[in-house]
Design a protein around this ligand. Structure first.
Ligand code: MV4
Length: 458
C-alpha cells in the first residue's frame, strides 16, 4: 500500500480524499495556491506545498509544479480528484515516467475516452448501443450532409475533444448544417486546440443516466449502479440521485452488464463513469465515459455502502477488487444537491466571507464541504461550496430528508442556491420523478411563486 499520497486538488474533494487516506493509514500531501493558504485541505493534510499563484493555470493545472511537489515530499501516488488535471493523460504519463502512481486509469484509456469520436467507435465495437452518426470526424461537407439526411434531422454536431457541452451545435434542417459544422469546428479549435467534430442523431429531452464502475488490474470489473443527473443547467449538474426513477432492476442488470463488458474490452482500470442518454421511449445510448472520480460519487456510495475513493486507492496500489458483482447490494435511495455560492435567481457568482455556516445532521444526512463559519469563498475557483447528500429507505424519504436539511441550513454572508433547490424539490414533476435534461429550462421559464423577479420589481 502507498505510504503517502499527494492530492492535486482543492476544496471538498481534496478533503474527501484526505478522509479516505486517514482511514487507510496513508499520509497526505496537500498542494495549494497562494489564495488557498488557509483552506481546510491544507490544515488537515500531513504536509503541504504551495504550487503557485491563485489562477488555476498557474497552480492546480501546472503539471511540473504538481510533480515537483510530489518529488520533494516523497509521495508515492497522486490523486487528481475531479476537474483540474483529473483527465489529463499527460499528467498520468509524466507520473509513470517519474515512478509516481497516478490514481486513475492508464494514460492510453484516458486518451481514448478523451476523443469522443474514437470512444464512440470503440464502444460500438464492444456492443454498447450508440446513436446513429458519423464513424469519425467530419472531413467532407457533402458526405456530412448526406449522412445527416440519412440519419434524419435533428442532428447534433459535437467536438471530438469536447464533453460537458462545449463545442456542440443542434441542427434542425439541412440548410443549417454547413454553418453549424464550421462554427463548431472553430469553437472546438479555440477551446481544445483540436477542431475535429462529428455528427449524431439528436435526442430531444433525454434523461442523463450514468453507470459507475470499478476495475482492478486483474481483469475484475463491477458496476455500482446508475446515477440520474438530468437536473442540470447549462451543463452544470444541480441535483443527482441513485437509483434513477426511470430504471427497472432488469434494465439496471442489462445496462450494468453492457458497461462491464465495455470496460473489459478497453482494459479499464480504477473508477469510471459511462454516461448514457435515455430517450423518452426508455432506450439507452452511450454518450461518453469519464475517467475520473465524479462530483456526484457520494449518491452511489450511499446506496451501495462502497467507499469509491478507498477503492480507487486500493486498485491503484495493485490490490484486487475483493468483491464480486453479486456482492454489490443496492439499498434505498440517495439524492445530492450541489450548493453553489451564486444568486439563486440569476446564477451570478457570490464569493465573499461566510460568517455563519451551519448544516444539520441527523439520520441519513451527509455533508461534503470545505466551508465553515468565518471562511472566505474565493472568486478564482468553482462556485460549488457544499454538497448535501441524503439517504432514505425510498425516494420520498430521501426528498423529505433533503428538504428538512436545506430548510435548517444557515449560510450567512453570501448568496447560495439553497432556495432554488427547495423550489425544485417542491416541484410536482420532480416529485413524480419525471426528469429530463430540459427540466430546468422549463422550470426556470415559469415565474417563481416565492417572489423572485416579482419581488425585485416591487
Ligand atoms: C446529446 C444530446 C442529445 N442527443 N447528444 C450535452 C453534454 C455532452 N456530454 C453531450 N450532451 C448532449 N448530447 C445527442 N445525440 C443532448 C445533450 C445534452 C445534455 C446531456 C446530458 C445532460 C444535459 C444535457 C443538456 C443539454 C444537452
Amino acid at each position: 500500500m502507498f505510504k503517502k499520497i499527494l492530492i492535486a486538488n482543492r476544496g471538498e474533494v481534496a478533503l474527501r480524499i484526505i478522509y479516505a487516506c486517514r482511514e487507510l493509514g496513508i499520509k497526505t500531501v496537500a498542494v495549494y495556491s497562494e489564495a488557498d493558504e488557509n483552506q481546510l485541505h491544507v490544515k488537515f493534510a500531513d504536509e503541504d506545498v504551495c504550487i503557485g499563484p491563485a489562477r488555476s493555470a498557474d497552480s492546480y493545472l501546472n503539471v511540473p509544479a504538481v510533480i515537483s511537489a510530489a518529488e520533494i515530499t516523497g509521495a508515492d501516488a497522486i490523486h487528481p480528484g475531479y476537474g483540474f488535471l483529473s483527465e489529463s493523460a499527460y499528467l498520468a504519463e509524466v507520473c509513470e515516467a517519474c515512478h509516481i502512481r497516478f490514481i486513475g486509469p492508464d494514460p492510453q484509456v484516458i486518451r481514448l475516452m478523451g476523443d469522443k469520436a474514437r470512444a464512440r467507435r470503440v464502444m460500438k465495437k464492444a456492443g454498447v448501443p450508440i446513436l446513429p452518426g458519423s464513424d469519425g470526424p467530419i472531413d467532407n461537407e457533402d458526405k456530412a450532409l448526406k449522412l445527416a439526411k440519412d440519419i434524419g434531422f435533428p442532428v447534433i454536431v459535437k467536438a471530438t475533444a469536447g464533453g460537458g457541452g462545449r463545442g456542440m451545435r443542434i441542427v434542425r434542417a439541412a440548410g443549417e448544417l454547413s454553418h453549424a459544422v464550421k462554427t463548431a469546428q472553430r469553437e472546438a479549435e479555440a477551446a481544445f486546440g483540436v477542431g475535429d467534430v462529428y455528427i449524431e442523431k439528436y435526442v430531444e429531452s433525454p434523461r442523463h443516466i450514468e453507470f459507475q464502475i470499478l476495475g482492478d488490474h486483474f481483469g475484475n470489473v463491477v458496476h455500482l449502479g446508475e446515477r440520474e443527473c438530468s437536473i442540470q443547467r447549462r451543463h452544470q449538474k444541480l441535483i443527482e440521485e441513485s437509483p434513477s426513477p426511470a430504471l427497472s432492476d432488469k434494465m439496471r442488470r442489462k445496462m450494468g452488464q453492457i458497461v462491464i463488458d465495455a470496460a473489459k474490452a478497453v482494459q479499464y482500470t480504477n473508477a469510471g463513469t459511462f454516461e448514457f442518454l435515455m430517450d423518452p421511449e426508455g432506450r439507452f445510448y452511450f454518450m461518453e465515459a469519464n475517467t475520473r472520480l465524479q462530483v456526484e460519487h457520494p449518491v452511489t456510495e450511499m446506496v451501495t455502502g462502497i467507499d469509491i475513493v478507498k477503492a480507487q486507492i486500493r486498485i491503484a496500489a495493485g490490490e484486487r477488487l475483493g468483491f464480486k458483482q453479486a456482492d454489490v447490494v443496492f439499498t434505498g435511495h440517495s439524492i445530492e444537491c450541489r450548493v453553489n455560492a451564486e444568486d439563486p435567481e440569476t446564477f451570478v457568482p457570490s464569493p465573499g466571507l461566510i460568517h455563519v455556516f451551519s448544516v444539520p445532521g441527523g439520520p441519513g444526512v451527509r455533508v461534503e464541504t470545505f466551508a465553515h463559519s468565518d471562511c472566505t469563498i474565493s472568486p478564482y475557483y468553482d462556485s460549488m461550496i457544499a454538497k448535501l447528500i441524503v439517504h432514505g429507505r425510498d425516494r420520498a424519504e430521501a426528498i423529505a430528508r433533503m428538504k428538512r436539511t436545506l430548510e435548517m441550513t444557515t449560510i450567512e454572508g453570501i448568496k447560495t442556491t439553497i432556495p432554488l433547490h427547495l423550489r425544485i424539490l417542491a416541484d410536482p414533476e420532480f416529485v413524480a420523478g419525471k426528469l429530463s435534461t430540459s427540466f430546468m429550462e422549463r422550470f426556470l421559464a415559469r415565474p417563481n411563486p416565492a417572489g423572485g423577479r416579482l419581488a425585485e420589481a416591487v
